[in-house]
Design a protein around this ligand. Structure first.
Ligand code: NAD
Length: 414
């Protein structure tokens, strides 16, 4: 693996520790760590003003020992081979941990989508689809949305692929319902956060009902997690968006927050709660903290002041290495990202299954199946943590690496 990225270094250190504890054969460990395929494609586009520009697109297929490659693609100026590779490795671990029959991949294009018209975005998406067409397939590699890509972009992706291969909704997940998307996909990551939080409380013989929760980020993951946790009796005392935080010890009116956000594009006019910065909000009193916005927000600097007793990682990589060690010393339980936010990829798996069978499940069935998958992933991780006397993060890595290694050995290498 040639690419380097700070999150890849962190993932690598957990991976190497897991390999050592599990006594995975050295060759197998190196085979799993290496990416299977990394491709870079050229994306020429004629802008609305007639100027020809060329962008770079990436698809990194990390590992398919347990099933077809799976992972989103993002449109963001910082996208490069290293970032995509780190995210692809995480997908391999995440799909193994929730035990869905997929491997791991990731992709992206280095653009800021806000600077393009809808016509230009459609052209970019179709050229990207064509560029990676030789290496994807409904049993080969199934992309999905990620940062700045949405159901409309997935619909263009599906349409372009289907022009060459016949109607193929199973080529991509996160589609609009009208063209084969699944009920419940939109809420799935937030619902998964609520399910694992409830399981953690049950395991500790505590009641989620009445526990106070602060959520950083009120986007897809944060707002759905807030609603699903409140439905289970938790009191959401803090929420935030890019403009800052809102805190109310009596509980935030979530309906009102959604309404203000819809009307104003921001939470800042929610006047029934105290305004504070995102940094201050993280340090306010609560039982449960859910970072659901950015990576690296819980650091060695603020970790000693965090008052929550449980941290549920809705975002990817919100906790730095130093912070993780401080939380472990302070006895604060951290449910790691590869478990806590795996509800999205699990619902993507359900979408793929429905597409292959040309069926459409009702919302209740999606929710019920998500409950089963997330609960069993949580229980298996907890058991691993008990067995090895370790943290939930290290246990999640042990479980995921073991599953990928077992599949690799069983399938053989020739
Ligand atoms: P989103 O764009 O819907 O919401 C992001 C939220 O974070 C918004 O409320 C935004 O205002 C807030 N935010 C942005 N910058 C901020 C800042 N500097 N400080 C505080 N808040 C800020 O994104 P999302 O889909 O909810 O994803 C959030 C996180 O969850 C990301 O780390 C993403 O990778 C991860 N994740 C998402 C999914 C999914 O299915 N959407 C699945 C797995 C992981």
């Amino acid at each position: 693996m040639s690419a380097t990225h700070k999150s890849l270094d962190v993932v690598r250190s957990y991976y190497e520790e897991a390999v050592k504890v599990l006594q995975v054969n050295e060759g197998v460990a190196s085979l799993i760590w290496s990416t299977d395929r990394e491709i870079r494609v050229q994306i020429p586009i004629v802008r609305d003003n007639g100027v020809l520009e060329v962008y770079k697109g990436y698809r990194v297929q990390h590992n398919n020992a347990r099933g077809p490659y799976k992972g989103g693609f993002r449109y963001h100026p910082t996208v490069d081979a290293a970032e995509v590779t780190a995210l692809a490795v995480l997908m391999t671990l995440k799909t193994a941990l929730v035990d869905v029959p997929f491997g791991g991949a990731k992709g992206g294009i280095a653009i800021d989508p806000k600077k393009f018209s809808q016509r230009e975005l459609e052209q970019i998406t179709r050229r990207f689809t064509n560029g990676i067409m030789p290496v994807i397939g409904i049993y080969e590699d199934i992309p999905a949305p990620d940062v700045n890509t949405n159901p409309q972009i997935m619909a263009w992706f599906m349409d372009e692929y289907s022009r060459k291969h016949g109607y193929s909704p199973a080529i991509v997940t996160g589609k609009p319902i009208e063209v084969g998307g699944s009920q419940g996909r939109n809420e799935a990551t937030g619902l998964g956060v609520a399910i694992v939080t409830e399981q953690l409380c049950k395991t500790l013989k505590q009641d989620l009902k009445g526990k106070t929760v602060i959520i950083q980020g009120y986007g897809n993951v944060g707002s759905n997690a807030a609603r699903c946790l409140a439905e289970r009796g938790a009191i959401i005392v803090g929420i935030s968006d890019v403009g800052g935080g809102k805190y109310s010890p009596k509980g935030i009116d979530l309906e009102k927050a959604l309404q203000v956000q819809k009307e104003d594009g921001s939470l800042q006019k929610l006047d029934s709660a105290e305004s504070l910065t995102n940094e201050q909000l993280l340090e306010k009193p609560c039982d449960i903290l859910v970072p659901a916005a950015l990576d690296g927000v819980l650091t060695g600097e603020n970790a000693p002041r965090i008052q929550a007793k449980m941290i549920i990682e809705g975002a990817n990589a919100p906790t730095t290495d130093d912070a993780d060690q401080i939380f472990e010393q302070r006895g604060i339980l951290v449910v790691p990202d590869i478990l806590a936010n795996a509800g999205g990829v699990t619902a993507s798996y359900f979408e793929w299954v429905q597409n292959l069978q040309q069926l459409s499940w009702p919302l209740d069935e999606v929710r019920h199946r998500l409950q089963i998958k997330m609960t069993s992933a949580f229980e298996a991780t907890w058991k691993m943590a008990q067995k090895y006397h370790t943290t939930l993060r290290k246990a999640a890595y042990l479980l995921a690496v073991k599953r990928v290694a077992d599949a690799t050995v069983l399938r053989g290498y020739h």
